[in-house]
Design a protein around this ligand. Structure first.
Ligand code: GTP
Ligand code: MG
Length: 257
């Protein structure tokens, strides 16, 4: 059953990314301390989680070690969305009409299913992830460029969680970052060509859907800072023979609270 957004303004993070990347596993791990077996998600679900007491929220980093408020667990919400290609409208709807407490976006990617050879054609998983990510970043860019106020909308950070680093085929976060930038550039060029062919995006239509800075340069995540969306790629794993490694992601979340 799909319920409308809960009418609360708890700090919340929207979790999205391709199907099978580990979103529901991550959300259940954060919720209960252990990941539950998952099925393909068919609808969004919102869970309440607590920042572990070992991780410090950005807003309390100057408090003294003995400050009792540090011991209180900070509640926040994670909104898990389905990643299947036909169900991504849920995530887009959340972005178009964000819940009041939305603090950031967590885009989960399966870093073990991205071929690491340097051949020019990326595998399908990477292509699909790059297309999805391109479209989300473009939405975030439009949110900024179409803002009515001169100040623009408030900062909305994006975490790219490179998941499944427990698997030996996984690409480390810095390499995945480069691959994604390359593949997003390709998606962008292909989209622009498609529009040209359709007789759109010609001279005069300055409002073309071009992600990042104009010109021929390759897309880089740092360009998103211009539109108030700092992007960070951080590795980790929800599952694994040696347990999970999610400290980097908690650390990122904590920095925006
Ligand atoms: P959709 O709901 O279809 O969008 O997928 P999802 O992103 O929610 O993926 P889900 O959490 O259901 O995980 C997909 C599969 O990946 C499951 O079989 C998980 O057990 C597995 N998985 C998730 N995280 C990890 C990880 O860190 N390491 C390994 N080895 N497997 C993982
Ligand atoms: Mg899921």
């Amino acid at each position: 059953l799909y319920r409308a957004k809960a009418p609360t303004s708890l700090p919340s993070f929207l979790v999205l990314g391709p199907s099978g990347s580990g979103k529901t596993s991550l959300v259940t791990l954060f919720e209960s301390g252990k990941p539950s077996p998952t099925h393909i998600s068919q609808a969004p679900s919102t869970v309440q989680v607590h920042l572990p007491s070992t991780t410090r929220a950005g807003s309390s980093q100057y408090r003294s070690e003995n400050d009792p408020t540090l011991k209180q667990e900070k509640p926040l919400q994670l909104i898990d969305t389905p990643g299947h290609g036909k169900l991504r409208h849920y995530a887009r709807e959340y972005l178009q009409d964000p819940p009041p407490g939305l603090k950031g976006i967590i885009f989960v990617i399966d870093a073990a299913n991205v071929s690491s050879d340097s051949s020019s054609s990326a595998n399908e998983t990477l292509q699909d992830a790059a297309e999805y990510l391109h479209d989300i970043l473009l939405l975030l860019q439009k949110r900024y460029t179409s803002a009515k106020t001169s100040k623009g909308p408030k900062e909305l950070p994006v975490l790219i969680a490179a998941n499944k680093l427990d698997l030996f085929t996984a690409l480390p976060a810095p390499l995945l970052k480069g691959k994604l930038e390359q593949e997003i550039s390709r998606v962008r060029d292909a989209r622009a060509k498609g529009l040209m062919a359709a007789g759109m995006g010609e001279e005069g239509s300055e409002e073309r859907d071009w992600l990042g800075e104009g010109g021929e340069s390759k897309f880089e995540f740092r360009m998103m800072e211009e539109v108030n969306c700092p992007v960070k790629v951080v590795g980790g794993n929800v599952l694994g023979a040696e347990g999970s490694d999610v400290d980097g992601w908690w650390g990122w979340i904590a920095g925006w609270l």
